[in-house]
Design a protein around this ligand. Structure first.
Ligand code: SAM
Length: 234
């Protein structure tokens, strides 16, 4: 996707990038290409692919909720910053925490944050299932793209949401995963409130945003250790 096409597709999402947004993205893209050669951060490597599959795709999250408020947002398994870091660039009022278990990815994210002089954004190198207690019931929003099956992701993320907070899982074709997550969602006192389906421009691949609302405080037994989560019955 060229930058011109990126801007015109964003206008369909009611997003009008500022000159500063575009400058920040161009720098982020350059750093991603440079660091990718050393650290293998992402399989998506060309300028056009980065604008479509990373930058534009991250911003489709705006279909799910109003991001212009000062919400506390956790991006689980953010990798090279998708969607969390792109959202922070466009919605500066967000308080963003980028979480990943991979040290090289966290180092890269810290470099981008410093270079772009972003404020009110933190990187955490940790497994989601072992986040410190102080983050329980702390976030308004958890986002996650391409990290794990919805059944697993729900248990990894819902304990860290406030009551009334939302998990927004970015998926391709989610119907099977939705079925498999029914039991755990009921144990986590949470429910799917909406599934927004659409196609990515140009390549027309399937995308969906699964929106899950937390209805009650989470039992302290969750999240269990990773092996237990994976092995638990559907
Ligand atoms: N969200 C990014 C994207 O869409 O480009 C990265 C996706 S990548 C396929 C999955 C990322 O999740 C990896 O960077 C991996 O280190 C991280 N990850 C997987 N399981 C995790 C866990 N339990 N806790 C924290 N990070 C995890």
């Amino acid at each position: 996707m060229t930058t011109e096409k990126f801007i015109s597709e964003l206008s369909k999402l009611n997003i009008k990038p500022t000159d500063q947004n575009l400058k920040d993205l161009a720098k982020y893209k350059d750093l991603l290409i440079e660091y990718n050669q050393k650290f293998n951060l992402t399989a998506i490597k060309t300028d056009k692919e980065i604008y479509l599959k990373h930058f534009y795709d991250s911003l489709t999250l705006s279909k799910a909720l109003d991001l212009s408020k000062d919400l506390k947002l956790l991006d689980i398994g953010t990798g090279a910053g998708f969607p969390g870091l792109v959202l922070k660039i466009f919605y500066p009022a967000l308080e963003v925490t980028l979480l990943d278990s991979n040290h090289k990815k966290i180092m890269f994210l810290e470099t981008v944050i410093k270079e772009l002089n972003l404020k009110n954004i933190t990187c955490l190198k940790s497994r989601a299932e072992s986040l410190p207690k102080e983050f329980r019931e702390y976030f308004d929003i958890v986002t996650s793209r391409a990290v794990s099956n919805l059944r697993i992701l729900s248990e990894l993320s819902i304990p860290y949401l406030k009551v009334g907070g939302k998990l927004i899982a970015m998926k391709g074709t989610p119907d099977e995963e939705i079925k498999e997550s029914k039991t755990i969602l009921s144990k986590l006192d949470s429910k799917i409130t909406n599934v927004i389906k659409f196609n990515l421009p140009l390549e027309e691949s399937n995308r969906s945003l699964i929106i899950i609302e937390k209805l009650k405080k989470t039992n302290n037994i969750y999240p269990r250790n990773y092996d237990k989560i994976v092995k638990s019955k559907l």
